[in-house]
Every structure is written in structure tokens, then in C-alpha cells.
Ligand binder design. Structure first.
Ligand code: GAL
Length: 352
């Protein structure tokens, strides 16, 4: 009897012990399992290779894209190359080696960035071009605002104010495909008036790296060459518009000559309120960053995506999504830039 009891006791103890081991193993296992699960559910990692943070908008893009990605439970690795092509290639390569699941890129140089796309594809990583197109590479998706439309909105507003006269065009960076799209949009609208002889393009230059100081120098030269006989200025973005307006101010002409810009920078909104800049083109960055984040998740998970356009980049018809830009002047600041909290009226003198 005693022997039987001892045996059953031993059995129940061993059952207990194995049960505990199970328990002990479970977290391990589950850890392993969990590990496994964690491995399986390791968050997707997105690389965001930016050109620069020099213009105000890119700071917003970085912040909003980071939020949009993290709010979807993904990880994001961000780098900015300050306009240096070699650095941008090195930064993207590093992200690829670190095992990102998808690359989102704002190319500094539309051509040079093709090399990055080849490297990413070589590692089985898809690439989304953010705001600016990569040329001559089979990118998987391009998402931006309709940049030709940006140029059209600028030219339409200026033609309304200055149907006849001398126009100055301060272009963007020739390495940036957007600068070419913007210019095409502007000249598509101005061409009929040019052909009628109503308006004359008396100065037209690209601005390396969108540098305001170079736009300033261009404007000074345009004023000098034309004896200040200028009736309208279209600048490819607000940073270059700011440089041009400084030169106009030096000639005592700020506020006397209509100036168009792009990006709805805070300083540009202030100039619109002050009357030294006529209009800007507002691009709701919130929409762009959210849209790219959603499409990045789909592409990284191998889900189907729904492009709304296709753009030939010299290599292929690139599936694209183009968002609507908005013309902004003193008449609709409230219902656009302020309504979206892109800026607040409190930040602008003279808007209290
Ligand atoms: C363009 C962009 C503009 C502008 C510029 C300078 O590609 O579309 O918003 O700011 O770059 O960075």
C-alpha cells in the first residue's frame, strides 16, 4: 500500500514537474514562439531617403511621413543628403543593407538616383518616388502633386493681373524633374499670349539647387538688363520668390510688381499679407505623406495598388498618383492654409 502510494506520489510529482517545465518552456517556447511570432510580426521597415531639409516644406514632409508610417505600426528610417548625390546614394545603400522592406526616395538628382533604384531592386526592395520623379529607372510608384498644374495655376493668376508686359521666369533646379514640369505648366498657359505679342519673356534662368541667393542674383541681373522694365515675376517656389523679392526691394519695386511662388511657406504667406508677393501654390503635405504611407504598406505587403496616372520617366510608364495643388492669394488664405492648420493666423503679422 505504502509502496503504491509512494509510486503514485512520484507519478503525480513527475507530472507536476513536467507540467512546470512545460510552463517554463512555454514562455521560452512562446517567447520562441513569441519570438517566432515577433519575427513573423516584426514591423515592416520603410527607408525614407530625402534630398534636403533646406526648404521649410521638407521639415513638414519628414515629420508627417514619420507620423503616418508609425501610426500604421511600421518603422521608418530617415536620412537627408543636403543636396549631395554621393551622400544620397550612400545613405540609401546603408538602408538597403540594413534590410528595409521598402524605399521611399526624394531624389536630389533625377538621373543620378537611378543607381539607387537598381541597387534596391537587386535586393528585392521596391521603390516609391516621393514628390520628385526618378528618371530612367523602373521605379515601382511615383506619388506627387500635379506639378504641371502648379505652373499653370501660377501663370493663370499672373496673366489675370498682367495680361500684357514683360515677364521674368526664375526656374527651379534643373536636376529636379519637378522644375521642368512646373516650367512646362507655366509656358503652356503663357504661350498664346507670347505668340500674340502681349507678353514678352525678358529673362528666364534655372536656379541651381533652388538657392534663394542665386534667385536674388538672377533678379538683380534681370532688373539691370531691362532697366527695371519688368511687369511680372514667376518664381518656381517661395524660396526663390523670396530671393527675387529681396532684389526688387533693393530696386524699390517690392509690392509694385506681381510675384508668384509655390509651397505656401510661412514667409511667403507673410509677404502675401504684406503685399510684396501676389500668390503661392499650396500643396497639402498631409495628404501626400498619408497617401505615400498607405501605398508603401500595400507595396511592402505585396498588395495591389491603384495608381491614378502613369508617367513616362524615359525608362518605363511609371504607375503614379498625382494630388491637386491649390492656388492661394490674399483672398483665400483663411479657407486653405489656415483652415488646414498648415500655418496659423497668429504666426502672421497683420492677421490678428
Ligand atoms: C521641389 C518641390 C517644391 C520645392 C522644391 C525645393 O521638388 O516640389 O515644393 O520646394 O523642390 O526643394
Amino acid at each position: 500500500m505504502k509502496l503504491l502510494m509512494r509510486i503514485s506520489l512520484l507519478i503525480s510529482i513527475s507530472v507536476l514537474v513536467s507540467g512546470c517545465q512545460e510552463e517554463a518552456k512555454l514562455p521560452e517556447k512562446s517567447v520562441f514562439k513569441e519570438d517566432e511570432t515577433v519575427q513573423d510580426e516584426e514591423p515592416l521597415k520603410i527607408g525614407f531617403a530625402m534630398d534636403t531639409l533646406k526648404e521649410e516644406r521638407w521639415l513638414k514632409d519628414r515629420e508627417l511621413f514619420e507620423q503616418a508610417i508609425e501610426s500604421r505600426g511600421l518603422e521608418v528610417e530617415i536620412a537627408a543628403a543636403n543636396g549631395d548625390d554621393a551622400l544620397q546614394i550612400a545613405q540609401a545603400e546603408e538602408m538597403i543593407q540594413e534590410g528595409i522592406d521598402l524605399l521611399v526616395i526624394v531624389p536630389h538628382n533625377a538621373e543620378a538616383t537611378a543607381a539607387i533604384v537598381h541597387k534596391a531592386h537587386g535586393a528585392g526592395i521596391k521603390v516609391i518616388a516621393y514628390d520628385r520623379l526618378v528618371k530612367n529607372a523602373e521605379i515601382d510608384l511615383y506619388v506627387s502633386f500635379d506639378n504641371e498644374q502648379v505652373g499653370k495655376l501660377q501663370a493663370e493668376e499672373m496673366l489675370k493681373l498682367v495680361p500684357e508686359g514683360n515677364y521674368v521666369y526664375i526656374g527651379g533646379a534643373p536636376t529636379d524633374n519637378n522644375a521642368h514640369l512646373l516650367k512646362k505648366g507655366v509656358f503652356d498657359v503663357l504661350q498664346p499670349a507670347i505668340e500674340r505679342g502681349d507678353i514678352h519673356i525678358i529673362y528666364d534662368e534655372w536656379t541651381e539647387d533652388w538657392a534663394p541667393e542665386q534667385a536674388f542674383a538672377h533678379m538683380l541681373e534681370a532688373l539691370e538688363i531691362n532697366g527695371n522694365q519688368i511687369d511680372a515675376v514667376i518664381a518656381a517656389n517661395d524660396a526663390t520668390a523670396g530671393g527675387a523679392i529681396e532684389a526688387l526691394a533693393q530696386a524699390g519695386l517690392a509690392g509694385a510688381i506681381p510675384v508668384a511662388g509655390q509651397d505656401a511657406e510661412l514667409a511667403a504667406v507673410q509677404r502675401i499679407v504684406d503685399g510684396t508677393q501676389t500668390m503661392t501654390v499650396y500643396k497639402p503635405i498631409q495628404q501626400l505623406s498619408e497617401r505615400v504611407a498607405a501605398l508603401a504598406v500595400d507595396l511592402a505587403q505585396g498588395n495591389a495598388i491603384e495608381p491614378t496616372a502613369s508617367i513616362n520617366n524615359g525608362k518605363s510608364e511609371v504607375p503614379s498618383v498625382l494630388l491637386e495643388p491649390i492656388a492661394v492669394d490674399i483672398g483665400n488664405l483663411e479657407s486653405t492654409v489656415f483652415a488646414d492648420h498648415f500655418h496659423s493666423a497668429e504666426e502672421i503679422d497683420g492677421m490678428e
